[in-house]
Design a protein around this ligand. Structure first.
Ligand SMILES: [Zn+2]
Length: 300
């Protein structure tokens, strides 16, 4: 069985084709037509048709999008690629490609990819977290995505940061209209903004990490605040979902010290005598989203 996955991002569209065993047969990518929904549809279907003619067979198609399908009318909501909002993306692609298509939030695709053959392989429950431009989350149970009644299962980035101390007050406003969302503290831009707020220079996240590693006290303290907030926010997930594995993705998942510091810090916030949940870095890196989209068809 040929499985095709598409990661429909704000700046690029990626395609991967996997064989039955999950081996990569082909990869393609091209820029996302900006603000052009019809053009986006044409690009996606063109990529798939070209891949199938190159491989000489047709496959199943799964699509990962930065958003979710409304359970009311199947139209896209919560997308930061705004040209997708309100469009019946799956239905339109089904017409163009003449087959059933599965579609999921990109964080769900990330979690699925890591649960099937990545950091969470073999775990019953995996919580996948994207720490990037925004903060997203996805839940996979027994290698299947948990969508939920409102297709928002795992959307943890817009919960408030729990137990904010002085260092996390006042709560910043979030684009979603609320205040103090996890995303306003734990995204890449949030890390940089927090550094500025505490008297630091305007630095990129990588620069803050590099400076902290060479002993810059201000940068070190910024990362320490980040770790305390991540530990509190993830402890709430552990209390509710109790996953075997939490896997981090997105640009900030490259901060190696998180994997030691955060589990040390979350102990005091989790309601349990022992915590077996493991916090792990992703295995498939930037490919996790597109691989997970292909695995949306994972019946063997
Ligand atoms: Zn929010």
């Amino acid at each position: 069985m040929l499985r095709i996955g598409i990661d429909l991002g704000g700046s690029k569209i990626e395609l991967i084709a996997l064989d039955d065993a999950g081996r990569v047969l082909l990869r393609r990518r091209c820029p996302t037509p900006q603000g052009d929904y019809r053009g986006t549809l044409r690009t996606v279907s063109g990529l798939i048709e070209a891949a199938e003619s190159e491989l000489g067979e047709s496959g199943s198609v799964g699509i990962g999008v930065p958003g979710a399908e409304s359970t009311v009318d199947g139209r896209i909501k919560n997308a930061n690629s705004t040209c997708l909002i309100g469009e019946a993306l799956r239905e339109d692609l089904q017409v163009l490609l003449r087959r059933e298509i599965r579609l999921a939030n990109d964080a769900n695709c990330f979690a699925l990819s890591e649960a099937i053959d990545g950091a969470g392989e073999g775990a019953e429950v995996v919580f996948g977290v994207i720490l990037g431009t925004g903060v997203g989350g996805g839940i996979v149970v027994n290698q299947g995505v948990l969508n939920g009644a409102n297709s928002i299962a795992g959307e943890w980035g817009h919960n408030p940061l729990p137990r904010p101390q002085e260092e996390s007050l006042p709560p910043p406003c979030c684009y979603c209209g609320r205040f103090g969302c996890v995303e306003t503290w734990l995204s890449g831009p949030a890390l940089c903004a927090d550094h500025l707020r505490h008297g630091g220079e305007a630095l990129a996240a990588e620069q803050i990490c590099a400076a902290a590693a060479t002993g810059d006290l201000n940068c070190e303290q910024t990362l320490a605040r980040y770790e305390r907030r991540l530990a509190k926010a993830l402890a709430q997930v552990v209390n509710i979902l109790d996953p075997q594995v939490i896997v981090l993705g997105g640009g900030l998942s490259n901060i190696q010290r998180l994997y030691d510091a955060v589990p040390r810090l979350w102990a005091r916030h989790v309601f349990s005598d022992v915590i077996r949940t493991r916090l792990l870095r992703n295995v498939h890196g930037d490919s996790s989203g597109v691989r997970g989209a292909a695995w949306l068809w994972n019946e063997r």
